[in-house]
Ligand binder design. Structure first.
Ligand code: NAP
Ligand code: MG
Length: 486
């Protein structure tokens, strides 16, 4: 069987990389899944230019035309699900359950959501306002509307954890709003995104409206962010890279949507339902090996239940099957790469050296291949422990004890991040009081479940701007005011 060729998409043409290809490695088997194109910076620039050329006509299409194309893309994605699920599974190392229920279906849902989004009103009526005569102009009753306009060319740069879901969450609203896009997935697992590009071309998006570039090194993303054709950067990834992008984008006043790192606090009060708290926190291990920015990785447990929380988590961690992501009962798969595993292991070692107590895990499970880290629990941490302050992006939970509510809030707010925190308590008034004091973009009360219509994004170093539902649509727009004498 001939190996499948994965291609870039530039100005409606599927092309190879000018600099050849590089290998994509399956994180569980360490075998090669396929070859990704290695784009040159000239190809990156050509993609950005194609998007700029396509913008005037695309931005004038009707909302109905854009909605129909987004819906068509969702249909084609569904038709190619049987091909996409094993591909995205193999390149991400996700368990079959995560690949089947999350990676591909969520991507389709996002396209459906923003097909509807294209039809949302882009005009905000304002009440007439009485203005006196001034040196500038005669007075009168001034009418006004605010109109949502597309920003222009949007560079969409995504992390490795959920490659096509993250990409769909950017492309969907950006296209619905009338922008054109250049897509740059993470270097570790870009193959399904290239197929996704082909699907969008087949769906009938005009040439240049969607472009896909891939590459193994930092220069593809850097060239894209710096391109004079790019008007906005929508980036999801780590805080240091977000900062670097913000600095470059700021020079040309490029618009930014930055979804960055997190260190989710899970505050467990004495009156909490511990089964719920422990089950929710266990998702750090059980959901994509902790490679998720919103996870409750930093448990802050009140002293009255502290021992029970630690014992409960220890028991839960021991029950999870670690291993081959293709086996249906596997819960914890590998991390994306050897590099990522080394980062996680180094931070575990630092956490223990700084006084954390290794309760469970910390070692590599006994498996022949794969970039695995066993589910790990580090308890008894001081708030300033590196393992409490820094993001693992792996299957590691740390626990810090606290005495009272004020201390819990202070510890929760005591990192540079502010993405997603959780409060576990039976007292609703307390939950709301604490939530309002948390300097974080999202708070889950007794649940890790999400509401996709709610605004999603970070305070502090966790980002700038908001995704989610109509908020995500508006993120890809500029407001224009139009005023007239009534
Ligand atoms: P990453 O190392 O920041 O990389 C993300 C993307 O940025 C990749 O496509 C990367 O490709 C590109 N990139 C790196 N340097 C760049 C530069 N100077 N200019 C332009 N692009 C550049 O993140 P990751 O390791 O893939 O993902 C894990 C991180 O993502 C964690 O910090 C996690 O919290 C965060 N995350 C946040 C959210 C959220 O919604 N807030 C969701 C998921 C993940 P190259 O390296 O090839 O350049
Ligand atoms: Mg990188």
């Amino acid at each position: 069987m001939a190996a499948q060729a994965f291609r870039l998409l530039i100005a409606g043409e599927q092309v190879g990389g000018d600099r050849g290809t590089y290998d994509i490695v399956n994180p569980a088997t360490e075998t090669v899944v396929g070859q990704a194109p290695e784009a040159s910076t000239a190809q990156v620039e050509a993609a950005a230019e194609a998007a700029a050329d396509a913008f005037p006509a695309w931005s004038r299409t009707t909302p109905e035309e854009r909605a129909a194309l987004l819906d068509r893309a969702a249909d084609l994605l569904r038709e190619r699900m049987d091909e996409l699920i094993p591909l995205v599974q193999a390149e991400t190392g996700a368990t079959m359950r995560v690949a089947k229920t999350m990676q591909v279906p969520t991507c389709i849902e996002r396209f459906r959501r923003y097909a509807r989004g294209a039809l949302e009103p882009a005009t905000i009526p304002l009440p007439p306002s009485e203005m006196p005569t001034t040196a500038l102009a005669p007075g009168g009753i001034m009418g006004a509307i605010a109109v949502r306009q597309p920003v222009g060319v949007v560079a969409c740069i995504t992390p490795y954890n959920f490659p096509i879901v993250n990409m769909a969450g950017k492309i969907g609203p950006a296209l619905a709003m009338g922008n054109t896009v250049v897509v740059k997935p993470a270097p570790q697992d870009p193959l399904a995104v290239t197929v996704f590009g082909e699907v969008l071309r087949d769906a009938g998006f005009p040439p240049g409206v969607v472009n896909v570039i891939t590459g193994s090194g930092a220069d593809a993303g850097q060239a894209l962010v710096a391109s004079e054709h790019v008007d906005m950067v929508s980036f999801t990834g780590s805080t240091p890279v977000g900062r670097a992008i913000g600095e470059v984008a700021g020079r040309d006043m490029k618009r930014l949507l930055l979804e960055l790192g997190g260190k989710g606090a899970g505050i467990v009060f004495d009156d909490a339902d511990l089964a719920t708290a422990i089950g929710t926190i266990s998702s750090v291990w059980a959901f994509h090996s902790g490679q998720i920015c919103t996870a409750p990785t930093r448990v802050i447990a009140q002293r009255g239940v502290y021992d029970q929380v630690v014992a409960g988590l220890q028991k839960a961690a021991g029950r999870l099957k670690v291993g081959d992501p293709l086996e249906p009962d596997t819960v914890v798969g590998p991390l994306i790469s050897d590099v990522q595993r080394s980062r996680v292991e180094a931070l575990i070692a630092a956490g223990v050296e700084q006084g954390g107590e290794l309760v469970v895990g910390g070692q590599r499970p006994d498996l022949a291949t794969g970039f695995y880290v066993a589910p790990t629990l580090i308890a008894g941490c001081k708030p300033d422990n590196a393992a409490v302050q820094q993001e693992f992006f792996g299957p590691v939970v740390v626990v810090v004890p606290f005495d009272d509510e004020d201390e819990a809030v202070a510890v929760a707010n005591g990192t540079e991040f502010g993405l997603y925190d959780y409060v576990f308590t039976a007292d609703t008034a307390r939950a709301m009081r604490v939530a309002r004091q948390l300097r974080t973009g999202n708070v889950g009360i007794n649940t890790a479940q999400r509401n996709h219509e709610a605004p999603f994004g970070g305070f502090k170093m966790s980002g700038v701007g908001r995704d989610g539902g109509s908020f995500g649509l508006h993120a890809y727009s500029e407001l224009q005011s139009i005023v007239w004498p009534g």
